[in-house]
Design a protein around this ligand. Structure first.
Ligand code: AMP
Length: 410
């Protein structure tokens, strides 16, 4: 049986890889302009990091993590950043950005992979709505530059006591309407994962008449929520309030948001990214002092469905064709000279291949010129250079220099 790439994972090469790297540079530029520094954390983390932070009963932890002894392939980027800051006792505030792979054992479909990449930021030690405003503004500018059509959906998840009383009232509502719940939602209800029913697409109609989270905020939370909405409006950042938006991760508390694609190219996986405030994460991870925090993560693959970066100015590619093994030293010397001038140079070293096949190979690999060095050329101290697009060939003396000759050929 043929060995294939693992389910839900992809090889990246050619134009796909170029777009992937260009997006990375664009994200890096945006983040660095806003004073974020890059962070790279390990691909593997202790399982307990995510059990404690994302939540034991979340979909991610209960069924989507790839495990290897007591380590897991990280399913998300926020908890590892907080783990690092706490472990190293870094002073806050800190502003980090990343562009990195994550892993979730999900059913693969368009825009949903088992290895996927996220561009993200985490702001630690900032408790004012400054973090919310700065992040949404940065995302708006970033997507604006890439011509991506999107909308922000926003909501607010209250603190423990208020959230409990909201969950109780939701549970009563779902029990009263159990006959209308999907099988999935019934399971969630039985497990006590009440909030997760709000996310369920199958139960959308019923959810429209469910109790609304925003009616359960404390006075202080309402004040903060209204202030954030006011500041967003002042900055011309438009949004839609989505009371069913609860995110799937336990550490969120406070303002949460999602970036939803409006180009209609993504089908059901139309969330470009999401984030929110996670002030309780540090204490979930046993920090002595709580650290306020806010972050965002967006899916690279979903964005790349809609963004095409311009082609790069092509660098000249020169291929050496040589039939004499005794000339390896000369070839390498000439190759170095051309590379110093910024050209891409490769050598067809297969001395048994013959000229015709060597030319074919260079053509397939998009070379611009071939420099031919055979026995005749070596004996007489000259080279042949061929422009592979026009077929024009010139013979030059070694002393004349390759670069000058390439210029003549055009
Ligand atoms: P989350 O960490 O679940 O909030 O996801 C943030 C963003 O990452 C989502 O909005 C998607 O754009 C992207 N994402 C999450 N899971 C996947 C996946 N399995 N495959 C591709 N992209 C994903």
């Amino acid at each position: 049986m043929k060995i294939k790439v693992p389910t839900g994972m992809r090889d990246l090469l050619g134009d796909d890889l170029k777009n992937f790297r260009d997006l990375e540079s664009a994200w890096k530029n945006s983040a660095e302009q806003e004073n974020f520094s890059e962070i790279i954390t390990p691909i593997l983390e202790e399982k307990s990091l995510f059990v404690r932070s994302v939540g034991e009963f979340s979909d991610i932890v209960s069924k989507e993590m790839f495990e290897c002894e007591d380590l897991v392939l990280r399913p998300e980027g926020t908890a590892p950043v907080m783990r690092c800051v706490l472990e190293k006792n870094l002073p806050v505030p800190q502003k980090f950005f990343y562009y990195a792979p994550f892993f979730r054992k999900e059913r693969p479909q368009k825009g949903r992979f088992r290895q996927f990449y996220q561009y993200g930021i985490e702001i630690l030690g900032e408790n004012s709505p400054q973090a919310e405003i700065e992040t949404l503004k940065m995302i708006q500018t970033f997507y604006g530059k890439l011509n991506v059509k999107f909308r922000f959906e926003v909501n607010y998840i209250p603190a423990e006591a208020e959230l409990k009383s909201y969950e109780s009232s939701l549970a009563i509502f779902y029990k009263d309407n159990e006959g209308q719940l999907s099988t999935n939602a019934k399971e969630k209800l039985a497990k006590g994962s009440i909030l997760r029913i709000l996310d369920s697409k199958e139960d959308k109609t019923l959810n429209e008449s469910a109790p609304q989270i925003l009616n359960f905020l404390s006075e202080k939370e309402k004040e903060e929520w209204n202030l954030i909405l006011k500041l967003l409006t002042t900055l011309n950042i438009s949004f839609k309030i989505n009371p069913a938006l609860v995110r799937g991760l336990d550490y969120y508390q406070g303002f949460v948001f999602e970036v939803v694609d409006e180009s209609n190219t993504l089908g059901s996986q139309n969330a470009l990214g999401g984030g929110g405030r996670y002030n309780k994460l540090s204490t979930q991870l046993e920090s002595k002092e709580p650290i306020s925090a806010f972050g965002f993560g967006g899916g690279v693959e979903r964005l790349l469905y809609q963004v095409d970066f311009p082609a790069e100015a092509k660098k000249t590619k020169v291929g050496f064709i040589c039939t004499e093994s005794s000339e390896v030293e000369t070839l390498c010397r000439l190759k170095d000279k051309l590379q110093v001038e910024g050209l891409i140079v490769d050598i067809c070293f297969d001395f048994n291949l013959g000229f015709k096949k060597m030319f074919k190979r260079l053509d397939r690999m998009n070379f611009d010129y071939a420099v031919i060095i055979g026995k005749n050329e070596i004996d007489n101290n000259f080279y042949k250079i061929k422009n592979l697009a026009t077929g024009v060939e010139v013979t030059i003396l070694e002393a004349y220099g390759l670069i000058s000759s390439l210029k003549i050929l055009g």
